[in-house]
Ligand binder design. Structure first.
Ligand code: ASP
Ligand code: MG
Length: 428
């Protein structure tokens, strides 16, 4: 059994859907479970829809934009009278109806229910196209299988229940049809839709692979594989052909966006290989992530944007002691905030975290009685893994630096980005 994952960029228009079908065609003699994300930037568009709904803006207009996008793609794939159009129509009617009764519902619940529609739409379209042009498929609703807690936007998986659901049903489905399902979504104990965090479809692939004891997961991407840097920003980036689970996981921790951070652990624990391959050149092998890496490869550059620097200063002429630190860590833990970088001195403790939802505000609120808090927004964090002087020379021109940290293998730099970055303008 193999698990494939296709992300939004691989299904962003009709020609790319056709390309995905060509990739799948080459493997359709094997048992295959295919996880698909929402098409193109649909998840962002649905997030905007939810925002507009709660801000009492023109959400109907936004919904129409999303509808047009999916109908345009479908027009490029199907005859005018195809039954898929009716299906899509029903989904869009369902969305409008849901929202018209959603005013008193909690934001997070509405968010997950609405944002999950992207994956439900994309898998409907792709399933129909594959059925007619490539191979028999079976469409399943991932929410029936992936069971989570009640954290709607960053849900934690109930592994026992999820593995049982997947292993009991799906192998039989995969015997004579390609199984098509959604990434990113699950459901809680009440059967309400939950989501696994943005870009969570990779993790979904790992969840299904674990439940199926699959031989491998292949994530088909718009890059040749895992690279030493983002090739759009650093033209001399090269592919890393073989990477260990440990190194891959560390890279995702520092912000390598090629794989969702939660993906590696279940695969490593179950010895399932992870391939990262280019959907535009499916004959290329890309990167394989497994027990062993190739060891030496050039330094890897990992950029994390939208960083916030927060500095907690004691106000009472004492020092940052264990009690004060544990207050800060408790608040971070309760708000489920991950620290990307930290540093302390006698009188202050500084952290760098992602700007996500309103978590930063909540954190400040909780701690502002005890600390003098200073904040800087819109920063970038660059991590260089396996650095040497030559690697550091490439990033010498960062101007306003807030924090710099070096360990044996890893170098971090937190800085104020320049509006027009040299590499960014090169790639534009
Ligand atoms: N569609 C979701 C997102 O854009 C999940 C994914 O693509 O992995 O975040
Ligand atoms: Mg995506």
């Amino acid at each position: 059994m193999k698990v494939f994952k296709f992300g939004g960029a691989s299904v962003k228009d009709a020609p790319s859907v056709k390309n995905v079908a060509e990739v799948i065609k080459q493997f359709c003699n094997e048992e295959l479970v295919v996880i698909v994300s929402a098409m193109g930037k649909t998840t962002n568009a649905l997030e905007e829809l939810v925002q507009l709904f709660f801000d009492k803006g023109d959400w109907q207009g936004q919904l129409q934009v999303i509808k047009n996008f999916h109908f345009d793609i479908s027009n490029g794939l199907f005859e005018k009278d195809h039954q898929v159009f009716e299906r899509l129509e029903t989904i869009f009617e369902g969305i409008a109806k849901y929202l018209s009764f959603a005013e008193s519902k909690p934001y997070m619940e509405v968010y997950s229910e609405m944002v999950s529609q992207g994956e439900l739409l994309s898998t409907r379209i792709i399933r129909n196209y594959l059925n007619e042009n490539i191979h028999k498929t079976i469409w399943i609703d991932a929410r029936t299988y992936v069971k989570t807690d009640y954290n709607y936007i960053d849900a934690r998986v109930d592994w026992d229940m999820t593995k049982r659901n997947i292993s009991e049903k799906i192998p039989a489905f995969a015997k004579d049809a390609i199984v098509i399902t959604q990434g990113f979504i699950g459901s809680n104990g009440e059967g309400k839709t939950t989501t696994l965090g943005r870009e969570g479809s990779d993790f979904s692939a790992a969840i299904f692979a674990t439940g199926l004891s699959a031989e491998s997961v292949t994530v088909w991407k718009d890059v040749p594989g895992v690279m030493t840097a983002d090739p759009r920003k650093m033209p001399d980036a090269v592919i890393i052909p073989k990477l260990s689970y440990t190194d891959a996981s560390e890279m995702t921790y520092y912000g390598a966006s090629i794989i969702h951070p939660r993906t590696i652990k279940p695969l490593a624990q179950n010895g399932i290989k992870l391939y990262v391959r280019p959907f535009n050149a499916p004959e290329e092998l890309g990167t394989v992530i497994g027990d062993e890496g190739t060891g030496m490869h050039p330094a890897s550059f990992i950029l994390k944007t939208k960083q916030v620097f927060i500095d907690f200063k004691v106000t009472d002429f004492t020092f940052i002691d264990e009690k004060k630190l544990s207050m800060i860590f408790n608040a971070l833990d309760q708000l489920n905030i991950k620290i990307n970088l930290m540093q302390n001195s006698a009188v202050s403790f500084s952290i760098c975290i992602d700007k996500k939802f309103d978590k930063v505000e909540h954190l400040v609120q909780r701690l502002s009685d005890t600390f003098n808090i200073e904040m800087r927004d819109n920063l970038e964090m660059l991590t260089v893994k396996g650095y040497d002087q030559e690697a550091l020379d490439k990033i010498y021109d960062r101007k306003e630096i807030l924090l710099e940290q070096k360990s044996k293998d890893v170098y971090h730099l937190l800085y104020v980005p320049e509006k027009k970055h040299k590499e960014l303008s090169e790639s534009a």
